[in-house]
Design a protein around this ligand. Structure first.
Ligand code: NDP
Ligand code: GDR
Length: 371
């Protein structure tokens, strides 16, 4: 019998990589997608199977974490062995603008899934993974952050995820459920959403190199993140649910880097050197060298500026995780270091924007108004 997995947030970055991983392990994969006015399945379109295929192993269901009735119906129908709760309003800055919605989807959404498992009497059959986050640590207490570091959330997103973390622990203890938190530090990839800082940077670096964009506006250049590759991190999610006992795990690389250094690394992949001058909102990044003859970027050109609109009311300054437990107990392995991650993202964005460059050379201009 094939194992069945249900993934919420399957149309997101992690959902897409996890679906690929589980299909490669011969699972029958079910995913919940939201109704939207435009197609939102670009990341998983290559996995699509015709609904008329009798032995298909990839099935999508319309649903939403804000709707209990729909979650109960889908779980009853699928009878999953494993649920991966990846669905969330996942943008920290946007959570300050939509705090109530974020609490509903990210906090109560988790409760709805746990309750659905209980109501349907699946507590012995269905294991559940909760996508917890290093944002729980928030205001720095001690580093590196591990499973025993105290939490101090610094955004509506992180507070909602704090509820989700503890309700997962509570259902594990109260009802003996196989319910686990993966406390994942930032993980990125070519599939990362365009408004998260790494992808914003790699896309802009490529467009600036190709003459498709003149400047990149960023917020806090000093914040430090522990960045890994999403492909490595979905392996950890799966491993967490394959253990004998349900436990919580930190998933991180143990290396931290500033946003400023990530900018330098992304441009360096394209043969462009950036030097920063000034402080705070007056800090700017200039092109100081260009060794790639395909990208003739003007030396001395100001390509990075700080825009306070991207500052957060409360910031998380420093994240650096301690993945010892995951490495020792799960046998989890980190395959991508930061340099490999940046290379993967920049290479993918170069391919994507080559088409736009050709169109521009032919006289067509594509306007990306929300960048
Ligand atoms: P994305 O933002 O790429 O994907 C989020 C997914 O959740 C999308 O499929 C989105 O659907 C879906 N979603 C949003 N709101 C709802 C809702 N109300 N009901 C159902 N689905 C919803 O996030 P990632 O893939 O990067 O992250 C996956 C999970 O891991 C999230 O919970 C995130 O908070 C958490 N996390 C992420 C980390 C990271 O660095 N990437 C680190 C730690 C935790 P749609 O496509 O329609 O918008
Ligand atoms: P984060 O990721 O908030 O850590 O949450 P994000 O990439 O948005 O920000 C990382 C850091 O970069 C700073 N920053 C900017 N951020 C954005 N988005 N845009 C900018 O222009 C910019 N300039 C500087 C931010 O202030 C911040 O310090 C991600 C999400 O995936 C969460 O869902 C997840 O839980 C955590 O990672 C772990």
């Amino acid at each position: 019998m094939k194992k069945k997995a249900l993934i919420t947030g399957i149309t997101g970055q992690d959902g897409a990589y996890l679906a690929e991983l589980l299909l490669s392990k011969n699972y029958e994969v079910h995913g919940i997608k939201r109704r939207s006015s435009l197609f939102n399945t670009e990341r998983i379109d290559h996995l699509y199977q015709d609904p008329h295929d009798e032995d298909r192993n990839f099935v999508m269901h319309y649903g939403d974490l804000s709707d209990s009735t729909n979650l109960i119906r889908i779980i009853q129908q699928v009878q999953p062995d494993e649920i991966y709760n990846l669905g969330a309003m996942s943008h920290v800055k946007v959570s300050f603008d939509t705090p109530e919605y974020t609490a509903n989807a990210d906090g109560i959404g988790t409760l709805r899934l746990l309750e659905a498992i209980r109501i349907l009497q699946l507590t012995k059959k269905t294991k559940i993974y909760q996508a917890s986050t290093s944002e729980l640590y928030g205001l720095v207490q001690t580093v590196p952050q591990s499973e025993t570091t105290p939490f101090y959330p610094r955004s509506p997103y992180a507070v909602a995820k704090l509820y989700a973390y503890w309700i997962t622990v509570n259902y594990r203890e109260a009802y003996n459920m196989f319910a686990c938190n993966g406390i994942l530090f930032n993980h990125e990839s070519p599939l990362r959403g365009e408004t998260f800082v790494t992808r914003k940077i790699t896309r802009a670096a490529v467009k600036i190199a190709m003459g498709l964009q003149s400047k990149l506006y960023l917020g806090n250049l000093d914040s430090r993140r522990d960045w890994g590759h999403a492909k490595d991190y979905v392996e950890a999610m799966w491993l967490i649910l394959q253990q004998d006992k349900p436990e919580d795990y930190v998933i991180a690389t143990g290396v931290t880097t500033t946003v400023r250094d990530f900018v330098k690394m992304a441009f360096a992949e394209l043969g462009i050197e950036i030097t920063f001058e000034g402080v705070g909102i007056n800090e700017k990044g200039y092109v100081t060298a260009c060794s790639n003859i395909d990208y003739l970027v003007e030396i001395g050109k100001e390509v990075i500026s700080v825009d306070p609109a991207y500052f957060r009311p409360t910031e998380v300054d420093l994240l650096i995780g301690d993945p010892t437990k995951a490495i020792e107990k799960l046998g989890w392995k980190i395959k991508y270091d930061l340099k490999m991650l940046v290379n993967d993202m920049v290479t993918s964005d170069v391919t994507a924007f080559q088409k736009e460059k050709v169109l521009k050379e032919m006289g067509y201009e594509i306007k990306n108004q929300f960048e």
